[in-house]
Design a protein around this ligand. Sequence first.
Ligand code: FES
Length: 110
Amino acid sequence: MSESSNLVALCDAADVEEDTPVQAMASGAVYAVFVKDGAYYVTQDLCTHGPGNLSEGFIEDNEVECPFHQGRFNFITGAPTAAPCTDALRIWTAHVVDGKVCIDPEESRT
Ligand code: FES
């Protein structure tokens, strides 16, 4: 994990549970924060297919099911895994700093 001066806090790490992602807003953008096996993952909250919020989705293994049309994404890679979703989610590296899940908003990897 590299040092970055651009990290912004999204939420308390303790608030994120395996079956309960957290919606977080920072710098005018909305994110979904996931945890799996103790590791945190951050994606855009808005589904790439429509108005669904992935932070309100159903979690199964590494996937989140959009509550709107039941499309799915791998929240670790951002890849769509079930129709009607075809476009990948943007993802960010999650850093845990002082108990907060943080990202560098400029560091989108997809
Ligand atoms: S809005 Fe998410 S699957 Fe359609």
